[in-house]
Write a protein that binds this ligand. Structure first.
Ligand SMILES: [Fe+2]
Ligand SMILES: [Fe+2]
Length: 266
């Protein structure tokens, strides 16, 4: 193993940004400063970048500006607060073509693949899983197949907003807090076949680490001020912070960075 080939990915999530919420902005500033010091090779934001309302142009403009303060490479995928959700009971309504367009115009493509060190990292729009926008969903799965083929045997990390499951990838429990059963079974198969080694997600606002079907499942806690009415699941550690991955060969070391590690002050 060549220790010099180590690469670092900083996984952040649920910044819930709005000019109306100075606490979130303060916490975000700490993250920006942390990245300036630690210089991760890549920052991945797993969604809910805007505070609450997917149709708020003000919050979108604010969040897009804040993301551009990062001086390291970064990628983002959308969450339910950014583009709406799937059935049943979508909080803030369903994902719509207009909402997808708004996200893409501010942040670029809602799915992406990037080779970093020995790994291929792939961002997916989990709000399109088991979705009524069938064409968008089908296109994304076809695109994923192409990216996995292109990974050419490199370990693959998938990143998405919603957790792929609550406990194991093989479970048939469905709650709208996790992705739907049809999509989960596809993700389960990708893990079982040994292609996908890591799945990073947000949405729970809790730090969770699980191992299932040969893949490490890691939930990043929230960075920002969480909108009122968000339920507490207590599946993991409720805190503010981020997750750092250190990648070397096919090894991934996972470290939780809490508020004090990021230099956050309140
Ligand atoms: Fe969130
Ligand atoms: Fe969310």
């Amino acid at each position: 193993m060549n220790l010099l080939s180590q690469t670092t990915v900083l996984h952040i999530s649920d910044t819930h940004m709005s000019p109306e919420h100075p606490l979130g902005r303060q916490m975000w500033t700490s993250v920006v400063r942390y990245t300036e010091k630690s210089r991760p090779d890549l920052v991945i934001h797993t969604g809910d970048v805007v505070h609450d309302d997917p149709d708020s142009d003000t919050d979108y403009e604010f969040a897009a500006f804040q993301m551009r303060r990062l001086t390291t490479p970064w990628r983002i995928i959308p969450g339910n607060h950014d583009i709406g959700d799937t059935e049943p009971d979508p909080y803030r309504g369903l994902t719509t073509p207009e909402r997808l367009k708004r996200f893409r115009s501010h942040f670029g493509p809602d799915r992406w693949a990037i080779t970093i060190g020995d790994w291929t990292m792939i961002g997916l729009n989990s709000q399109l899983f088991d979705n009524h926008l069938l064409e968008e969903e089908t296109e994304q799965w076809a695109w994923l197949d192409e990216q996995l083929a292109g990974a050419d045997g490199r370990p693959v990390g998938l990143f998405m907003h919603k957790p792929p499951s609550i406990n194991t990838l093989g479970e048939d429990l469905f709650v709208n807090k996790a992705v739907g059963l049809r999509s989960r079974s596809r993700l389960h198969e990708l893990a079982r076949s040994g292609v996908v080694k890591l799945i990073g997600f947000g949405h729970l606002h809790e730090h969770v680490v699980l191992y299932s079907a040969g893949a490490l499942l890691v939930g990043a806690p929230a960075i920002g001020a969480v909108p009122a009415g968000e339920s507490v699941w207590q599946l993991g550690l409720r805190c503010n912070g981020a997750v750092e991955y250190r990648l070397s060969g096919d090894t991934v070391r996972v470290r939780l960075l809490r508020e004090q590690d990021l230099g956050m002050t309140r």
